[in-house]
Design a protein around this ligand. Structure first.
Ligand code: SF4
Ligand code: SF4
Length: 263
């Protein structure tokens, strides 16, 4: 008993408060951004980006990154001669429409979650989940042909630091018990039928969340004979979470965004 109390005092509570409270993201690797005003349009980053995610238009002096394709490798920052490309610590990047992740993000998704709705969902997360589903939110994770990077981050949601069960969210073993599919991978040829069957086996109403660059767009495997360019060519997607892989907090944010859709 004495030893247990000693341990409790020695090792304080590890579980984070995100998303109820913001988290110190100073050490997070977020998205890289390019400032067109500092760019000399040399095209070095465009030709060397491993994911061909950078779009440059010399006539209008515009340059930007398609975040559904970017693998967050930071190479463009390393090679940029003018310092126009900079890696930020922004990690709350999930969007309900893929168009919102494209370099021409001028297309506004009217259903996008506002800061206000983010706050409301967070403050009443468990209550809302119970109200919508009558119990916890059940998630079935589907690997449709990933490298397992995203799957490791999803596993991290259950560790003591993230402890997603504290939010009333649980993982289940069967799509028949699930409310949401968290899908990783490009939907390789061999997994396309399995993904479609899993989707059909999930009872309505269901949510589908694409996790990582591969699931969002095919990532670096785009346009190959063995993959599709993102899972939305196989099943409808409610929320896209960019990243390679997205960190657990980015996945939590994406799940929140998907819950906002249930309204
Ligand atoms: S971070 Fe990497 S993948 Fe993303 S735009 Fe830059 S070079 Fe391309
Ligand atoms: S490497 Fe830098 S300066 Fe050259 S096009 Fe890319 S962002 Fe612009």
């Amino acid at each position: 008993m004495f030893n247990t109390i000693k341990k409790i005092i020695k090792y304080p509570r590890l579980t984070q408060d995100y998303p109820y409270k913001s988290i110190d993201s100073s050490l997070f690797l977020g998205r890289t951004e390019i400032n067109p005003a500092e760019c000399n349009m040399c095209g070095e980053c465009v030709s060397r980006c491993p994911s061909q995610a950078i779009v440059m238009d010399k006539t209008s002096n515009n340059i930007g990154i398609n975040y559904d394709e970017c693998v967050f490798c930071t190479l463009c920052e390393e090679i940029c001669p003018t310092g126009a490309a900079k890696t930020t610590n922004r990690f709350e990047l999930a969007e309900k429409g893929k168009s919102m992740l494209r370099s021409n993000t001028l297309i506004i998704d009217e259903n996008n979650m506002t800061d206000a709705s983010h706050e409301i969902i967070c403050s009443q997360l468990e209550v809302n989940i119970k109200k919508i589903f009558g119990r916890s939110l059940y998630i079935r994770e589907v690997d449709s042909g990933s490298c397992n990077g995203c799957d490791y981050e999803i596993n991290g949601l259950n560790n003591p630091f993230n402890d997603i069960e504290r939010l009333g969210i649980s993982f289940v073993a069967s799509p028949r018990h699930a409310d949401m599919l968290l899908v990783t991978g490009t939907a390789t040829r061999n997994m396309q039928l399995a993904l479609a069957k899993t989707y059909n086996a999930t009872p309505d109403p269901k949510l589908v969340v694409a996790v990582g660059a591969c699931a969002c767009s095919g990532g670096i495997f785009r346009d190959t004979y063995a993959t599709s360019n993102g899972i939305d060519s196989i099943v409808p997607v409610d929320v896209y979470i960019p990243g390679c892989p997205p960190r657990p907090q980015a996945i939590i944010y994406g799940i929140l965004k998907a819950l906002d859709r249930t309204k």
